[in-house]
Design a protein around this ligand. Structure first.
Ligand code: TYD
Length: 213
């Protein structure tokens, strides 16, 4: 079973990923948790290039680098683990590419879908949990109100985070469109709700989608 988490930076995905992983392990499931980009030696190098470098990368180059990292992770790790009937929890998958490189950077969505199909070898998540939050609230959450101006000033943001508020607005709108278009697997949450309430709803959905725990 493949479960993915999506949302703009600062939506609180990692808290929910950890809670779900613990819940599944406590209930006797074999779980592997991964995050994109990264997860193999080469994919981690691509991650560094994409996030830590201040290099100017074109939207097309960015798309292909995220996709190359994904292809490595899917073929080397995710597909073999799913074969062993493990539950794979993935913090970001190809929906991030649609939201960030498609809606955010403005790349053609049809072309993007083809590249997503190639980089994933056609693999689709069983469930996608989307934590929705406004970019303003997300920034405050991530850097805290007081240190936000400092984070800008001190260049504390990674390459993606320095893309600006209107970029994140477009990414969020992209996710909201995806949530409607992919109703079957997308589950939307207000990221500002109580984390334990969100977690309880997540476990309900997971149980409904798999053999009962
Ligand atoms: P990360 O530090 O993992 O952020 P987060 O905790 O928000 O997931 O950084 C991943 C960044 O890469 C994040 O800004 C989203 C972006 N991204 C894309 O733009 N396209 C993609 O396909 C993926 C997987 C991530």
């Amino acid at each position: 079973m493949l479960i993915t988490f999506e949302g703009i930076d600062g939506a609180g995905k990692s808290t929910q990923v950890k809670k779900l992983e613990k819940y599944l392990v406590d209930n006797g499931r074999e779980v592997l948790t991964l995050r994109e980009p990264g997860g193999t030696v080469v994919a981690e190098k691509i991650r560094e290039l994409l996030l830590e470098s201040k290099h100017d990368i074109t939207p097309m180059g960015e798309l292909l680098l995220f996709s190359a990292s994904r292809a490595e992770l899917v073929q080397q790790v995710i597909l073999p683990e799913l074969e062993k009937s493990k539950v794979v929890i993935l913090d970001r998958f190809f929906d991030s590419t649609t939201a960030y490189q498609g809606y955010g950077r403005g790349l053609d969505l049809n072309m993007l879908q083809k590249i997503n199909d190639i980089s994933t070898f056609g693999l689709q998540p069983d469930l996608t949990f989307f934590l929705d939050i406004s970019p303003e609230d997300a920034l405050i959450r991530k850097f805290s109100e007081k240190s936000l101006p400092l984070a800008f000033e001190n260049n504390e943001m990674d390459r993606m985070e320095s893309s600006g508020l209107s970029f994140y607005q477009r990414v969020r709108e992209g996710y909201l469109k995806l949530a409607i278009a992919e109703k079957k697997r997308f589950v939307l949450f207000d990221a500002c709700s109580d984390p334990d309430t969100i977690h309880a709803q997540i476990t309900q959905k997971v149980n409904a989608c798999s053999t009962p725990l």
